[in-house]
Design a protein around this ligand. Structure first.
Ligand code: SAH
Length: 226
């Protein structure tokens, strides 16, 4: 970790600031202890521009450039919890696909719950930034790819979990096709200001849908950045 970034972290990384965030998430209904501990231990300030780093442990989405945002800790916690619910302690999902890497914060939270995370981002400079951030934290079980996540990652399918961090108006069918038996897709769906987080679970040839919480994500854009 570079000295500059380490110094800039003093104060905002204090145990008290992080405890306050975790308390808040508990009050909002997040109860998975492993997820709460992971949120506590991932240094969210390292994923952000220095100008905003002092706000890193507020429970809010913040800009990361290119019109995108780092996900809100509460939503990251709810999505991760929805993906790993019922997983025995110490067990991991085999393969998880993430769409919308952004700066890699959600990827970092997710990493210890999967043997391997495959993550797709359509904006090339964000892929590079996420790669640097994850390397700095020593997170090695992640493959990043600059691509259109709308189609999933067919050569690595099926996935036990798929987590989408941007909202389509309808669920892309290829993501459902790439779900393993019993696998879960956690995805925000709907137009701006009217999105709902869904969990879709593959059960034989059926897909079962559950509505989780109202959310506000940037749109899942089809196609690639030039
Ligand atoms: N979870 C991220 C933030 C996600 S913001 C974090 O913690 O930082 C949503 C991201 O989805 C943006 O970076 C955006 O570029 C990306 N995105 C939108 N449409 C996409 C697509 N079709 N394929 C891959 N990434 C996409």
């Amino acid at each position: 970790m570079s000295e500059r970034r380490e110094l800039s972290g003093i104060g905002m990384t204090s145990a008290r600031t992080r405890d306050r965030l975790v308390e808040r998430l508990k009050n909002e209904g997040v109860h998975n202890q492993a997820v709460l501990e992971r949120i506590r231990s991932v240094p969210r300030h390292l994923f952000m521009d220095e100008a905003l780093a002092s706000r890193a442990y507020e429970d809010t989405a913040l800009p990361i450039g290119y019109g995108q945002t780092i996900s809100q800790p509460y939503v990251v916690a709810v999505m991760t919890e929805a993906l790993v619910e019922g997983l025995p302690p110490g067990k991991k999902l085999t393969k998880v696909l993430e769409i919308g890497t952004g700066c890699g914060y959600q990827t970092a939270v997710l990493a210890p719950f999967a043997q391997h995370v495959y993550s797709i981002e359509r904006i090339q400079p964000l892929v590079q930034r996420a790669r640097a951030n994850l390397r700095e934290l020593g997170i090695g079980n992640v493959s990043l790819r600059h691509a259109d996540g709308w189609r999933g990652w067919r050569s690595q399918a099926p996935f036990q979990g798929i987590l989408v961090a941007a909202a389509p108006v309808e669920i892309p069918p290829e993501l459902l096709e790439q779900l393993d038996q019993g696998g879960r897709l956690v995805i925000p769906v709907g137009p701006k200001n009217r999105q709902v987080l869904y969990r879709a679970t593959r059960d034989g040839s059926e897909i079962r849908y559950e509505e989780l919480i109202p959310v506000s994500f940037v749109p899942l854009v089809e196609g690639m950045e030039a």
